[in-house]
Ligand binder design. Sequence first.
Ligand SMILES: Nc1ncnc2c1ncn2[C@@H]1O[C@H](COP(=O)(O)OP(=O)(O)OP(=O)(O)O)[C@@H](O)[C@H]1O
Length: 261
Amino acid sequence: MRRIEPILELKKLSKSFGEENVLDEIDLTVYEGEIIGYIGPNGAGKSTTVKILLGLIEEYEGNVRIFGEDISKGNHTYKRRIGYVPETADLYENLTAYEYLTFIGELYGLEGEEVDRKAKELVKLFGIEEVYHSRISSFSKGMKQKVLIISSMIHNPDLLFLDEPLSGLDANSVMIVKEILAKLAAEGKTIFYSSHIMEVVEKISHRIVLLANGKLLADGSFEELKGQNMDGTLEEIFNQLTGFDEHQNIAEKFVQIVQEG
Ligand SMILES: Nc1ncnc2c1ncn2[C@@H]1O[C@H](COP(=O)(O)OP(=O)(O)OP(=O)(O)O)[C@@H](O)[C@H]1O
């Protein structure tokens, strides 16, 4: 029988910035075909984890293996098998969608003509084929997000890191992207999905990993988390696990202050 190797393995991963311990001995093993909902309050350390996995932060403690290889060993070929949708896009706004996508595709080692062919078909499926040759600076937020999503997947990566990938997308496009993610996972791709939209994380994730103050507070399927905590939505479980029950108070005070004077 084939032994299933982990796609991603973190052992006691720690990272501090000065005095601040941002990640504290994170242990996490992720397998092929899993959609991991990677969630946590603002500042929990999610982006820092992803930056370490992408090789953008090179100083950390602990061990990180991707596709079975220790990424600190300096072999960067694993990056070709990774796709990334960052939270804030550094799209090259002066390029057209065509120029940007062929540029990214070529960085990943694809032939220019091949990327152009794929990109044309993908932008068409997202309904933005008419602006393929327009500058990205003229695009709406959702149109830019579509280009980012395409650029993260055009090289058919095995591991995807998505940070708020649905940001700015309309309801129809959200349905398409959710379906794309489920299909990619069914094809054996592994997806690391960071978002604050709990309803979506609850629906699409096979496994939910909750980080707070640099520590893993929970790791399991939504059903498992429900079993270990109160029954309810992921939003309620999130609030419970992070010890937050102040939303009504805060909202009330906020509205009072807004109405003062
Ligand atoms: N380059 C840096 N230098 C110093 N501190 C940093 C740096 N990058 C991140 N931090 C700190 O690390 C902590 C974790 O940040 P991180 O961006 O990983 O959080 P996050 O979980 O992604 O938050 P959000 O949900 O707001 O995106 C924060 O306190 C942040 O201020």
